[in-house]
Design a protein around this ligand. Structure first.
Ligand code: HEM
Length: 495
């Protein structure tokens, strides 16, 4: 009773936000592109918590890491859902099947447990050599032809994630086990962009017969749903079959689950495994690819940072071998660079939306039940009060202190019970690429026909997972010895 009185009195104290109109709410003010930038600007006017209402759907933008911690972490029992309205929407396109969009509950818990077990900090060391090998192949290929950087990154990051999830080794860039998930991720980006589904705003449209001209979205949704289904089942079925034939590389996530169950999974367990593995694929492909691209961009723009990193590697590791993932602990400047890449342009600038299960009050403001909570990760890492000159790429801002660096991944990988279960694995892949590139190469801007350096603008796409606009680099190998080391198998390296 007391709570309802308090909520009632707080009803009039919704967080501040742009003007709301009858019926449409604040829909007119909702930024159509790069919303994290607008929400960040709004922080000056409205503060760290902003309230919007899109046609009756309450949205709460959280612009501060402290508030995100206090709500999404400390009150995680009520902040761990995914928005049902949005899940319904994804449902039309099949994405509600996927673990990351699942409502907080038993099915989500079962699937998440499978991912968390296989990618725990202790379990992932068995995947180090896969990550290191692919990082070396990446550098060799890009040295051969720097214009292939984007494609090679997709291929190498894809190879790592598909290899450790299903035991399948990609045959090349055109392998359908790579091209299909990439296409599905493009659909995911579209499906999660606000406004893609007119049905979101006018729910009755869901019941339109398929053949009506306005029902194109239903046909799109059906097509995407089928693609997602295939992309989730096909590699799984390959893995299951080839665990028996011995063709699947070990260890891999599917095989580990199968072996733990003595090869016998119930239909329900199999369902959980299919959707858990497909979440790994979806969670680990574009995120890691784009993060590595941001690294290349940052390095090209900051030659002094590269030089300092190479010096650290030469001092700590020497030039007779390449750094491996276990060397990360002794390379603080490289860790600072990785941290600064994650902060400078986080590839998931708004993370994924959480949903609030019941009415809540925060600092006297009423946060209504059913609100979508949108963490503005980008702004949390660009708030000038916390990160002075936030647009400047400056790894020294952490003073080599892990306590300072840790504040960045704590935000970049999301919050509470929904925090990214692939964080440590993702950092392994990222480190393998960063360390291998910096130990062996100089990343240079390309030059035009008159010999002038071509420096690209730093621009990003908009969406759930964002990519830098296309740019070119030049990659120069430091020494013949470095080139030779790139051809070595990391497991043969003397440590
Ligand atoms: C740089 C790389 C990555 C970044 C920046 C990233 C970031 C994120 C973020 C922000 C979330 C949402 C957390 C929240 O709701 O608060 C998330 C969820 C998730 N990520 Fe990652 N991620 C990365 C790599 C990976 C990898 C490699 C995997 C797989 C091994 C993975 C698997 C997942 C899954 C399954 C979820 C859904 C969790 C849930 O809903 O319970 N991610 N990630």
């Amino acid at each position: 009773y007391l709570l309802s009185r308090v909520i009632h009195s707080a009803q009039n104290s919704l967080p501040p936000g742009p003007r709301r109109w009858p019926l449409i709410g604040s829909a007119l003010a909702f930024p159509s592109t790069h919303p994290w930038l607008t929400f960040g600007k709004w922080a000056k006017t409205y503060g760290k918590i902003i309230y919007l209402d899109i046609m009756g759907q309450p949205l709460v933008v959280v612009n501060s890491a402290k508030a995100a911690r206090e709500l999404l972490d400390q009150r995680s029992a009520i902040y761990s859902d995914r928005p049902t309205s949005v899940s319904d929407l994804y449902c039309s396109s099949g994405f509600a099947q996927a673990l990351p969009m699942k409502p907080y509950g038993d099915v989500w818990r079962q699937q998440r447990k499978l991912v968390a077990q296989d990618f725990s900090q202790s379990a992932i060391t068995r995947y180090h050599s896969v990550q290191e090998t692919e990082a070396r192949k990446l550098v060799r290929s890009v040295l051969e032809d720097p214009s292939t950087l984007f494609d090679q990154l997709k291929l190498r990051v894809g190879t790592i994630i598909i290899r450790v999830t299903y035991g399948y080794y990609l045959t090349g860039q055109q392998d359908p086990f790579l091209t299909a998930p990439i296409e599905v991720m493009v659909n995911f980006a579209k499906a999660t962009a606000p406004g893609t589904w007119i049905v979101d705003y006018v729910p009755v449209l869901r019941y339109l017969p398929r053949w009506t001209p306005g029902a194109g979205f239903l046909r799109t949704a059906e097509k995407w749903s089928k693609m997602l289904w295939d992309v989730s089942w096909d590699p799984y079925l390959w893995s299951k079959k080839n665990l028996e034939t011995g063709q699947a590389f070990l260890p891999n996530m599917c095989a580990t689950v199968f072996e733990a169950a003595d090869g016998k999974l119930s239909a329900e367990e199999e369902h959980h495994l299919v959707w858990a593995t497909s979440a790994v694929l979806g969670g680990g492909l574009d995120t890691n690819t784009s993060t590595a691209l941001v690294f290349f961009l940052a390095m090209m723009l900051n030659p002094a940072v590269q030089a300092k990193a190479r010096q650290e590697i030469d001092d700590v590791i020497g030039q007779d071998r390449l750094p491996t993932i276990t060397d990360k602990a002794s390379l603080p400047y490289l860790r600072s660079i990785m941290t600064e890449v994650l902060r400078w342009n986080p590839v998931g600038p708004m993370g994924l939306p959480h949903a609030l299960r019941q009415d809540d009050i925060y600092e006297g403001m009423h946060l209504p039940k059913g609100s979508l909570i949108l963490p503005n990760i980008w702004y949390m890492l660009h708030d000038p009060e916390i990160y002075p000159n936030p647009d400047q790429f400056n790894p020294d801002r952490y003073n080599n202190l892990d306590s300072e660096m840790e504040k960045v991944p704590e935000v970049v990988f999301g919050f509470g019970r929904r925090v990214c279960p692939g964080r440590y694995f993702a950092e392994g892949t990222f480190f393998a690429i960063v360390a291998t590139v910096l130990a062996t190469c100089e990343i240079l801007p390309p030059v035009d026909s008159e010999g002038n350096k071509v420096i690209p603008d730093v621009k990003f796409s908009s969406g759930t997972i964002i990519f830098p606009s296309a740019f070119e680099i030049n990659l120069k190998c430091r020494t013949p010895k470095a080139f030779e080391l790139l051809s070595r198998d990391p497991t043969d390296d003397p440590n």
